[in-house]
Write a protein that binds this ligand. Structure first.
Ligand code: PHE
Length: 357
């Protein structure tokens, strides 16, 4: 018995992993292990012999079991130590250099515009960039034969052969969000919807993806006068001047009636743009009173409700405010450009804190 004991205590001490330990357990105290076999021998002994050998064998079994579990605990401690050694982190290393990245001017301007309209009681709404042609066109009073569909240089998605449903489109403007938010909220409603829009066009002032911000205000007695006031408030706050005159130029959009192009008074004297003074006008976007058919399509009763909508180009606003000459550079992901025109991450625009640096 002493030999058995010495043998297993030694083997257990030298086991290198849990699998080896398990093999030893089976060999020693498993059902057919050496110690179990010895216990079976007890039956052949005289009662006197059994009284001596029985307790000894039991004590041996206990001792080996205890050695097995102590070794098992030691092995898993060692495994944990080894893992911790590979996962250490030197908290005394110097911090990474500041301002590796920056906030893109489009993001910054979107935040600025949102802050200004939020202050006037507009909340922010969103819609999908891949849009059904119903939301992008039909619901906005642009039926399938309408020339506006062709004018917009629409990107169409692909349908399988034999699938005759109209294809989805990459939204050509943020106006479908008018429909989606009226459907979701009904009237009265006051929302703005900034986001990406797409048209197949590319030159110094056009990129196939660009950004708009849609505005929508529906109530019982909203008029073009309210629209003009909102746009003037917006322009003055955005360009950080006391007052900017807004001019409406008669225009046509299928989803507004009457419709007006939005111009801001400005001057280009000496090649620099000044807003709010001078004899020039800056085109900023389209607007008008929401067409009754559009209200109807969105489930809002045009006999009870009316209001305005507008769409402004975010990219253009960013170029004008921050003096960025080429639109295409916005989307080239050149870090040097971003470092020059970008904003610090904590430079969050608020009306009270100042919109820009
Ligand atoms: N959706 C129009 C465009 O992209 C702009 C617009 C919006 C005009 C809302 C009127 C009202 O050109």
């Amino acid at each position: 018995m002493d030999d058995l004991r010495d043998k297993y205590i030694d083997l257990i001490a030298r086991a290198e992993d849990e699998a080896a330990l398990e093999d030893l357990r089976v060999q020693a105290v498993g059902k057919k292990g050496q110690i179990s076999l010895q216990m079976r021998e007890l039956g052949k002994m005289t009662p006197e012999e059994r009284q001596v050998a029985g307790p000894k064998l039991n004590a041996l079994k206990d001792e080996i079991n205890a050695a097995l579990s102590a070794k098992k605990a030691a092995l898993s401690d060692a495994a944990l130590d080894a893992r911790l050694k590979t996962e250490w982190l030197d908290v005394t290393l110097p911090a990474r250099p500041q301002r590796q990245g920056s906030i893109h001017p489009i993001s910054q301007v979107t935040e600025e515009v949102s802050a200004i309209f939020a202050d006037m009681g507009f909340s922010v709404a969103e819609g999908p960039q891949i849009e059904s042609d119903w939301y992008n066109f039909d619901a906005l009073n642009i039926p399938s034969h309408h020339p506006a569909r062709a004018e917009m240089d629409t990107f169409y998605t692909h349908r399988d052969e034999g699938d005759n449903r109209p294809p989805h489109v990459l939204r050509t403007h943020t106006s479908p969000v008018q429909i989606r938010s009226m459907q979701a909220q009904g009237a009265p409603i006051r929302v703005i919807a900034p986001g990406r829009v797409y048209r197949a066009d590319y030159d110094q002032t056009h990129t196939p993806m660009f950004h708009q911000i849609e505005g929508l205000a529906i109530d019982r007695d909203i008029s073009m006068a309210n629209l003009k006031w909102c746009l003037e408030e917006f322009a003055a706050a955005f360009f950080e001047v006391d007052h900017i005159e807004v001019r409406f130029r008669a225009s046509h959009f299928p989803f507004t009636e009457p419709s007006a192009e939005i111009d801001f008074r400005c001057s280009w004297e000496g090649g620099t743009l000044k807003l709010g003074e001078g004899d020039d006008w800056l085109e900023a976007g389209g607007s008008g009173m929401v067409h009754p058919k559009v209200l109807e399509a969105a489930g809002v009763d045009p006999n009870e409700w009316q209001g305005f909508a507008f769409g402004l180009g975010i990219d253009r606003l960013a170029m004008l405010k921050y003096g960025i000459p080429d639109l295409r550079a916005f989307f080239e992901s050149d870090l040097r450009w971003l470092k020059h025109y970008g904003f610090a991450a904590l430079d969050v625009p608020t009306l009270h804190g100042g919109l820009s640096r």
